[in-house]
Design a protein around this ligand. Structure first.
Ligand code: G5P
Ligand code: MG
Length: 222
């Protein structure tokens, strides 16, 4: 276990593989994985106040308002107190990035770059176990039993916002909103880009990067 804490964000377009890469980081490095998208989907499923408010935006492929999502992430980060963590899909606006910077100094910004045509093709085969956030894809990491989660045997679902027209909207919102976020992190020299069409291509590079970064952190060079 690392004695110093590592804090990272993982950014990338919808279905670029943030959740998939995050799972591998959790398995290898033991970081706490915080995915606001997963938290929102659980709230929608349980019909909470947050879920009801967020659903309207999620279903249209729009971003949930900053104050809602910042509140949600801030309280989840408190649960990670004393642990190394990675935030998946947050920040998505400059306001979110600035608020996060006031709370925590980051050690890395991992930016996944996957071509849009690959993404559009991928979402068609995505299946999800809602309570855990585990994702599957037909032809990539298929569940052992069709339609069932490997660990719990519970039902898998498809996301309402994975319909082609909503995915197109999400990609457009992403391109618009992320530029100022990436600029903010470039100004702070934090961004590392990982380009590729598959997780098989991207993961070894992310893994090597994190091995080096966590070593540097331990040696006090970060
Ligand atoms: P989310 O939940 O943050 P997105 O749109 O950022 O959603 P998403 O869709 O969850 O991102 P991902 O996590 O990047 O995608 O990708 P993934 O699930 O790991 O992989 C996608 C699929 O490809 C999976 O089926 C996987 O198995 C498969 N796959 C992976 N690698 C490969 C490969 O090599 N080959 C193949 N064939 N398949 C592969 O946000 C959702 C909504 O929540 C709100 C917004 O409304 C947003 O639209 N929201 C926020 N709003 C405001 N601010 C924020 N910070 C918000 N965060 C969430
Ligand atoms: Mg995800």
């Amino acid at each position: 276990m690392m004695s110093k804490l590592f804090r990272a964000v993982i950014l990338g377009a919808p279905a670029s593989g943030k959740g998939t890469i995050s799972k591998r980081i959790v398995d290898k490095f033991g970081f706490d994985h915080i995915s606001p998208g997963d938290i929102l989907r659980m709230n929608v499923k349980n019909n909470t106040k947050l879920g009801k408010e967020a659903k309207v935006y999620i279903d249209q492929g729009k971003l949930v308002p900053d104050d809602l999502i910042i509140k949600c992430v801030t309280s989840r980060l408190q649960e990670s107190h004393g642990k190394s963590w990675m935030l998946d899909g947050f920040p998505r606006t400059r306001v979110q990035a600035e608020r996060l910077a006031k709370m925590h100094a980051l050690d890395a910004v991992i930016n996944l770059e996957v071509p849009h045509e690959v993404i559009i093709d991928r979402v068609k085969g995505r299946w999800l176990h809602l309570p855990s956030g585990r994702v599957y894809n037909i032809g990539f990491n298929e569940p052992k039993v069709p339609g069932k989660d490997d660990i719990t045997g519970e039902e898998l679902v498809q996301r309402d916002d994975d319909k082609p027209e909503i995915v197109a909207q999400r990609l457009q919102v992403y391109e618009e909103m992320m530029k100022p976020v990436l600029d903010f992190y470039y100004e702070n020299n934090l961004v590392t880009n990982f380009k590729g069409k598959t997780t098989a291509e991207i993961w070894p590079k992310v893994e090597q990067f994190l091995v080096e970064r966590t070593k540097a952190l331990m040696a006090g060079r970060l």
